[in-house]
Design a protein around this ligand. Structure first.
Ligand SMILES: Nc1ncnc2c1ncn2[C@@H]1O[C@H](COP(=O)(O)OP(=O)(O)OP(=O)(O)O)[C@@H](O)[C@H]1O
Length: 206
């Protein structure tokens, strides 16, 4: 649906970044711990103040209200945030509206049943939190995905499910995806570009 362009965007501690991701394009970002991967995603999502500009196709971020930008450029943080007691309270649309159940389908694709929505957040395992946070993100239909170690807490079966769902979403919605991952096997399986942060610079790998 949309491409992403960074124009001299400068997250804390990094050199200014120029980067273009076409609609449907997948790019992985890796780099040592503390090199600035999460701060890069946070800056693109406009969660931290920084110089530079970002564009969604021909719309510049500074022309959009921050909540609209963050809905369209969706971030899955490494540590997910929950604010209500029950899981279902975090989802905007109740399942089963007009006979359709897109939320139920997303849950199912990640091995979660509809009863999950009745659970308390307190009982969720780390991997359940991670999968549910991805469902919550995709339920808002973002045009660009920013994924911070989206499968870090998952067993191989659920890792495969998450990879499949993201690839499916990327293709169907023509969403650009920028994915922080330390896993070379994941990069090989899914393809795409590979960018590395080293010494404060975001560089393409040869
Ligand atoms: N609010 C902040 N103010 C100052 N420094 C910060 C802030 N948040 C993070 N940092 C520092 O910026 C650096 C980059 O942090 P970041 O979380 O982006 O690393 P990362 O590459 O995602 O690492 P990891 O792979 O360990 O998750 C780290 O040294 C971190 O301590």
């Amino acid at each position: 649906m949309a491409g992403l362009r960074l124009d001299r965007l400068q997250p804390h501690g990094l050199r200014p970044i120029d980067l273009t991701l076409a609609a449907s394009e997948l790019a992985f970002v890796s780099g040592p711990s503390g090199s600035g991967k999460s701060l890069l995603l946070r800056a693109i999502a406009d969660l931290d103040p920084h110089p530079g500009e970002a564009w969604l196709d021909d719309q510049r971020r500074s022309d959009l209200a921050p909540p609209e930008w963050r809905r369209r450029v969706g971030l899955l943080p490494a540590t997910t945030h929950w604010w209500a007691e029950r899981v279902g309270e975090h989802f905007p649309t109740p399942p089963g509206v007009n006979g359709e159940d897109p939320l139920g389908r997303l849950l199912e694709q990640l091995g979660l049943g509809p009863e999950t929505l009745e659970w308390t957040v307190a009982r969720l395992s780390t991997g359940e939190r991670q999968r549910l946070a991805l469902v919550r993100l995709l339920a808002n239909a973002p045009e660009v995905l920013l994924l911070d170690e989206a499968t870090a807490n998952l067993d191989p079966l659920n890792q495969t499910r998450v990879e499949g769902l993201i690839q499916d979403y990327r293709t169907r919605h023509r969403a650009a995806v920028l994915w922080v991952s330390h896993d070379p096997g994941q990069r090989r399986r899914l393809g795409g570009r590979h960018l590395v942060i080293e010494a404060g610079r975001l560089e393409a790998t040869p």
